[in-house]
Design a protein around this ligand. Structure first.
Ligand code: SF4
Ligand code: SF4
Length: 57
């Protein structure tokens, strides 16, 4: 399981700075998580102001 950023993302960039493995990059209109890098720590969900990162099965 990894996290996935929903369309609620406002591209603030906070999660990308906080991700311990650098899995988050700026994508087209929102930030994106590389599922091959994500270790499912939940940090991005905790720092996001709009709760855009959600756990995905
Ligand atoms: Fe990075 Fe953790 Fe979010 Fe995965 S869950 S993208 S490892 S901050
Ligand atoms: Fe988007 Fe939330 Fe990450 Fe900001 S912290 S870039 S709003 S997912």
């Amino acid at each position: 399981m990894t996290y996935k950023i929903t369309d609620d993302c406002i591209s603030c960039g906070t999660c990308a700075d906080e991700c311990p493995v650098g899995a988050i990059t700026e994508g087209d209109g929102k930030y994106e998580i590389d599922p091959d890098k994500c270790i499912d720590c939940g940090t991005c969900a905790g720092v996001c102001p709009v709760e855009a990162p959600k756990p995905e099965e």
